[in-house]
Design a binder for this molecule. Structure first.
Ligand code: NDP
Length: 277
């Protein structure tokens, strides 16, 4: 991944350019809170917004995107189909609902939020249909382990372009990253800052001080240098801006390896093999 600036992109396997730095909006409240966050992010140069039907803030996200001075075709808008909406017909309907709430006439990327057993293959067929009919520019999955991907790729017509996974210094899953990138599935981090906990990790303080950065900025830079797309969340203007200030320094190979070594296979979120929702 050639890291340039906040608007820099990675090319997905279908040729679509996806900005490798974006704003996450999980737990940003519907209404003014999420609309302000997206507006501030777009003003700060973010060009990728990650929401989900489950976050219940698609209306506010769409409002900010539509009101922005930034052209619609310069913003990469992502949402996800929720577990209760999985299956072929339900997913097609859920997509229409999301698009209506966003108030947009196409989506940049649609993701299967979790690999719901017995349903995700049918859900994927719906995503393929949406993609092939031109209503969404890229399709992908989230929380898919290697065996889920193998199972899907054995039958799919269109391979997923992205896999969005929990990823931070305590949960690296390098073999899954390697598997994804070998198969042209771009790896993307969720909870890249450990939901705020990276700021308290003693192991990162020295490295952060060396660059005059905070632990979050160092970790986000580590994401990008690992070739991982990242979508840090904040609902506060000053943090939205500071989280994006990761393009004026670079970590050395030793520093990258050091952060890799903090891995403890520690999840903050559910395990994709045992989740029950
Ligand atoms: P993050 O790792 O991005 O951390 C967000 C938390 O850190 C918030 O509490 C935020 O608080 C705080 N924070 C942000 N910036 C700073 C800062 N500079 N200093 C101190 N604290 C800070 O967690 P998320 O779980 O939100 O993950 C990012 C995105 O990934 C989500 O928003 C969502 O879009 C996606 N996601 C996807 C999942 C999936 O299953 N596919 C699951 C979970 C997340 P504040 O807002 O008050 O600044």
């Amino acid at each position: 991944m050639n890291i340039t600036d906040i608007k820099g992109t990675v090319t997905l396997h279908n040729g679509v350019e996806m900005p490798y730095f974006g704003l996450g909006v999980y737990q940003s409240r519907e209404g003014k809170e999420v609309t302000d966050a997206v507006q501030w992010a777009l003003e700060a140069g973010y060009r990728h917004i990650d929401t989900a039907a489950f976050y219940q803030n698609e209306e506010g996200v769409g409002k900010a995107v539509r009101q922005s001075a930034v052209d619609r075709d310069e913003v990469f808008v992502v949402t996800k189909v929720w577990n209760q909406d999985q299956g072929y017909q339900r997913t097609l309907k859920a997509f229409d609902t999301s698009l209506m709430k966003l108030g947009l006439d196409y989506l940049d990327m649609y993701l299967v939020h979790w690999p719901v057993r017995g349903l995700y293959r049918d859900t994927w067929r719906a995503l393929e249909e949406l993609y092939l009919s031109g209503r969404v520019r890229a399709i992908g999955v989230s929380n898919f382990l290697q065996h889920h991907l193998e199972d899907l790729m054995a039958v799919c017509q269109v391979r997923p372009m992205v896999n969005q996974m929990e990823f931070h210094p305590r949960l690296v899953q390098q073999s899954l990253i390697d598997y994804c990138h070998t198969h042209q599935v771009r790896y993307e981090a969720w909870s890249p800052m450990m939901q705020g906990r990276v700021f308290g990790l003693d192991a990162l303080q020295g490295l952060a001080a060396r660059y005059g950065k905070d632990a979050g900025q160092v970790v986000l830079r580590w994401n990008l240098q690992k070739g991982v797309v990242t979508i840090p969340k904040s609902a506060r203007k000053e943090r939205i801006i500071s989280n994006s200030q990761v393009f004026d320094f670079a970590l050395t190979d030793e520093e990258m390896a050091y952060i890799d070594s903090l891995d403890a296979h520690e999840r903050l979120g559910p395990d994709p093999d045992t989740f029950d929702f």
